[in-house]
Design a protein around this ligand. Structure first.
Ligand SMILES: NC(=O)c1ccc[n+]([C@@H]2O[C@H](COP(=O)([O-])OP(=O)(O)OC[C@H]3O[C@@H](n4cnc5c(N)ncnc54)[C@H](O)[C@@H]3O)[C@@H](O)[C@H]2O)c1
Length: 249
């Protein structure tokens, strides 16, 4: 994706990606760097995260998204290295299985803490930096689990619906500062997370599993060309949430 004058669309922009060490997060880092952005790769997997940072010519920072002090340090370090933040991809997330009546509070708090509270903290700590930059885009990675319900995943579903709602409120709050906030809702994407779930993909009404790069391309559009979109959901699920498939023959 280049501008008509041939320049990379994100040259001079500073991007922070959480959960950037692997999976979709790594794909977001690679895509942003390919368009000329300075990329700060944040994760708790230090070895993998540092490798992605080296690959994209960026910087790795250890950041547990549930830690306010980690966020404060990350914003300070990013501004010192590159200047104010223009792009935040709140991608870090975890999933856990368990029927709602069997889910322990500790497990509920872990999933909601990382997926939802972590997203809130990212917005909370990066917004001031974006104000200094004069504008910004925040992309929150929700899920189709933020559009419908799934069995045995109540904490995950609740966290991802929360991310969707938070996106809308944050877009209303931050629009006055020229900061757009949007949510992406991927379907089943081939990453370690999906592999760990061991869902029977054959039961899904989708032609195939998606790839991280297909989500990253949507993210690139949202941070560059989607200048009149904020607070909105963008679905990349191969048709998974279109409706039920019947076999009437
Ligand atoms: N894979 C899918 O099918 C799918 C579908 C819809 C949405 N998602 C969402 O996409 C995002 C990326 O998922 P993925 O499939 O690439 O998963 P993944 O497990 O491959 O990667 C997630 C990354 O987040 C990091 N992370 C976990 N807890 C963290 C914390 N407390 N602080 C910082 N980083 C942390 C992990 O270390 C890992 O690098 C997640 O938010 C996930 O919920 C995934």
């Amino acid at each position: 994706m280049s501008n008509l004058d041939g320049k990379l669309s994100l040259s001079g922009k500073v991007a922070v990606v959480t959960g950037g060490a692997r999976g979709m997060g790594a794909a977001h880092c690679i895509a942003l760097a390919a368009q000329g952005a300075s990329v700060v790769v944040c994760d708790v997997l230090d070895v993998e995260g540092a490798a992605v940072a080296e690959q994209v010519g960026g910087t790795y920072l250890h950041l547990d998204v549930t830690s306010e002090s980690d966020w404060e340090s990350a914003v300070t370090a990013t501004e010192a290295a590159y200047g104010p933040i223009n792009i935040l991809v709140n991608n870090a997330g975890v999933v856990g299985l368990g029927r709602v009546d069997k889910t322990e509070l500790e497990e509920w708090n872990r999933i909601v803490g990382i997926n939802l509270t972590g997203t809130f903290l990212g917005i909370r700590w990066c917004a001031d930096s974006m104000k200094k930059a004069g504008s910004g885009v925040i992309v929150n990675i929700s899920s189709t689990a933020g559009l419908v319900g799934y069995c045995d995943m109540s904490a995950y579903v609740a966290s991802k619906w929360g991310v969707r709602g938070l996106t809308k409120s944050a877009a209303l709050d931050l629009g006055r500062f020229n900061i757009r906030v949007v949510s992406i809702h991927p379907g089943i994407i081939e990453t370690d997370m999906a592999a760990d779930l061991a869902i029977s993909f054959k039961r899904q009404a989708i032609p195939r599993i998606g790839q991280s790069e297909e989500v990253a391309k949507l993210m690139l559009y949202l941070v560059s060309d989607a200048s009149y979109s904020t607070g909105a959901e963008f679905v990349v699920d191969g048709g998974q949430t279109l409706g039920q498939v019947y076999d009437l023959t």
